[in-house]
Design a protein around this ligand. Structure first.
Ligand SMILES: CC(C)(COP(=O)(O)OP(=O)(O)OC[C@H]1O[C@@H](n2cnc3c(N)ncnc32)[C@H](O)[C@@H]1OP(=O)(O)O)[C@@H](O)C(=O)NCCC(=O)NCCS
Length: 162
């Protein structure tokens, strides 16, 4: 992680900035502010959310990415984690920030004793699939028409935690 990049907890006052990135990256089906509010309401019980901040040229900090994990705290014998979302603003992609965010989710999944972590990704999203494969996620099936309204298929991926 570059020295100027920091990870911190995603707070409610970040939602507006995160929504701008969300609208840009997922124009067909962005998460609404209400969806983010609802996710953050379950932190830390069944959710874990972080933002990545980078330093701007004028010395301020701006949100460059965000990611969230769902994991029900442990009644079941096998605890599952789900990557809820992971996104890096267009200007900051391709510099390893996605990897930093994914690592943070996987570290939290390990702390929560997840035996496996799952995610869905559009079948045509090569950069994201490359990232997930690099971290040990394997294909576990296809959900046809999962992403609406665009009717795109989802690839389900699974990673067994050591
Ligand atoms: C997927 C995403 C989170 C990866 O974040 P990132 O900071 O770019 O990730 P990294 O720099 O660690 O690169 C991950 C891989 O994607 C590739 N990549 C990143 N940006 C790319 C781009 N614009 N075009 C092509 N490949 C790209 C990298 O080369 C790397 O591949 P490698 O593992 O074979 O080296 C980011 O591209 C993103 O936010 N995309 C839009 C939102 C999205 O699709 N989220 C995932 C939903 S499941």
């Amino acid at each position: 992680m570059a020295a100027t990049t920091t990870l911190r907890q995603f707070r409610w006052w970040d939602i507006e900035k995160v929504r701008r990135i969300e609208e840009d990256l997922f124009p067909e089906d962005p998460w609404s502010a209400e969806m983010f509010w609802s996710e953050l309401a379950d932190v830390p019980h069944s959710r874990y959310y972080v933002v990545a901040e980078v330093e701007t040229p004028d010395g301020d900090r701006e949100i460059a990415g965000y990611a969230g994990l769902m994991s029900q705290a442990g009644a079941a014998a096998t605890v599952e984690g789900w990557v809820q979302n992971i996104a890096v603003a267009r200007d900051h992609q391709g510099k390893g920030l996605g990897a930093v965010l994914l690592e943070a989710l996987l570290e939290e999944a390990a702390r929560r004793n997840c035996a496996e972590v799952w995610l869905e990704v559009r079948t045509d999203n090569d950069p994201a699939q490359r990232l997930y494969t690099r971290y040990g996620f394997e294909s576990a099936g296809i959900r046809r028409g999962y992403y609406q309204p665009g009717n795109h298929d989802a690839l389900i991926m699974r990673k067994a935690m050591a």
